[in-house]
Design a protein around this ligand. Structure first.
Ligand code: FAS
Ligand code: PHB
Length: 393
């Protein structure tokens, strides 16, 4: 089989790229390791930057998102027993965020691609990449759903296969630099059938650890508590999760925290990681395949969209105008934004979490920074403009 662009991974990055290329008449094939049911059921991100919504709207992928997404003009931060609001709209000239589950966006993008005749090969994992560094006809070897090894020839390969995918692993070590930071804690997340305790997200700094109160709809809450990095899921029965959430939320919640049926529960480790560069000959890495951020800043999905916005434009210029300069600048343009988002995500994580072994002095510094954040327009503006999304390149 052959195509112009072989896309590995049917997550937000791969599916958006497939859709944007098809709109430009650029042939592409998406290879996805898992089944359609599996990828559409994976509960992950929930906050879309305004820039992400704008990209999806221009691509014709935002109809349901605009109907069902929850548009928020700010977030709340609770520390030292008091809750404070960060008003994005007033601090950023009206910019906002939209809460919409990543798995819902995945459903929308798969449906749109298949309706347009797109080729998404589910349960067909890529197993090897060849010829991407030095020849003009790279080959992706993959396993067909029948278990046979097949070859997909392409002009370019887009590595959209996440942090544990094969594309990043296929890059020669001497051709790249990897920058990493791991955090001494994780997030235990639940998706629960219970009304949100607030109309907006609440980020909680607490002596017992961080907690986040998010949502997916007026009857569905997405809730997180900081846990030990190596906690087994069995150490977190539902009752313990609800108790910790209630203690970290505090007594003054707008609406009471009502335990409800838990639809999904998982623990995610927190890490920061960037691979430089993001291009290797005819292989382009995008999204989690190139970088990972801790979810505190709600950036993972949004950063993937920003990469694809640049890559789709570069591939369009190549095929439409024979220009390769945007392909040549892809990595530099993306990394400029990636590192700013890495910084913001690290800053939010350092500000809000309880770090094991943090000195009493450093704990006071955390509280002083939180107090400054909610009492200074300049400080609050810094958070707001990063949270709603930096301008796209
Ligand atoms: P993805 O990982 O979404 O997609 C990669 C795809 O490639 C997957 O479908 C995978 O099956 C496929 N794949 C892998 N290897 C393959 C192979 N060899 N062949 C074919 N296909 C292959 N971000 C937030 O902003 N907020 C959050 O709350 C949040 N929570 C998260 C929770 C978890 C458990 C995880 C893992 C991530 C979370 N993220 C969150 C980050 C997440 O949303 C990512 O940033 C986002 O999914 C990135 O999208 P992609 O780059 O497309 O990668
Ligand atoms: C979510 O709703 O899943 C969510 C919101 C904000 C974050 C992380 C996750 O920082």
């Amino acid at each position: 089989m052959q195509t112009q662009v072989a896309i590995i991974g049917a997550g937000p990055a791969g599916l958006l790229l497939s859709h944007l290329l098809a709109r430009e008449g650029i042939d592409n094939v998406v290879l996805e390791r898992h089944s359609r049911v599996h990828v559409e059921a994976r509960i992950r991100a929930g906050v879309l930057e305004e820039t992400t919504v704008e990209v999806l709207e221009r691509a014709g992928l935002a109809a349901r998102l605009k109907r069902e997404g929850l548009r928020h003009t700010g977030i709340q931060i609770r520390f030292a027993g008091t809750r404070h609001r960060i008003d994005f709209a007033s601090l950023t000239g009206g910019r906002t965020i939209t809460v919409y589950g990543q798995h819902e966006l995945i459903k929308d993008m798969i449906a749109a691609r298949l309706a347009a005749g797109g080729r998404i090969l589910f349960e067909c994992p890529a197993v090897a990449l060849e010829g991407f560094l030095d020849c003009s006809r790279p080959v992706v070897r993959y396993q067909s759903s029948g278990g046979r090894e097949e070859a997909l020839m392409a002009d370019f390969i887009a590595g959209c296969d996440g942090h544990h995918g094969i594309t990043r692993a296929s890059v020669p070590r001497e051709a790249c630099r990897v920058f990493e930071r791991s955090y001494p804690f994780g997030w235990l997340g639940i998706l629960a059938e219970t009304p949100p305790v607030s109309d907006e997200l609440i980020y909680c700094h607490h002596d017992r650890g961080f907690a986040l109160f998010s949502m997916r709809s007026p009857t569905l809450s997405r809730l997180y508590v900081q846990c030990a990095a190596d906690d087994p899921l069995d150490d977190w029965p539902d009752a313990r999760v609800w108790d910790e959430l209630a203690m970290r939320l505090g007594p003054e919640a707008a609406h009471p925290l009502v335990p409800g049926p838990v639809r999904e529960k998982s623990i995610a480790r927190l890490r920061s990681c960037v691979i430089e560069p993001m291009r290797f000959g005819r292989l382009f890495l995008a999204g989690d395949a190139a970088h990972i951020v801790p979810p505190t800043g709600a950036k993972g999905l949004n950063l993937a969209v920003a990469d694809i916005h640049v890559l789709a434009r570069a591939l369009r210029a190549h095929y439409r105008e024979g220009q390769s300069d945007l392909l040549d600048t892809y990595s530099g343009i993306c990394l400029n934004r990636v590192w700013k988002v890495e910084r913001f995500s690290w800053w939010m994580t350092a500000l809000l979490h309880k770090f094991p072994g943090l000195s009493a002095f450093d704990e006071r510094l955390q509280l002083a920074e939180l107090s400054y954040l909610v009492s200074s327009r300049a400080a609050a503006t810094t958070l707001a403009e990063n949270y709603v999304g930096l301008p796209l390149a």
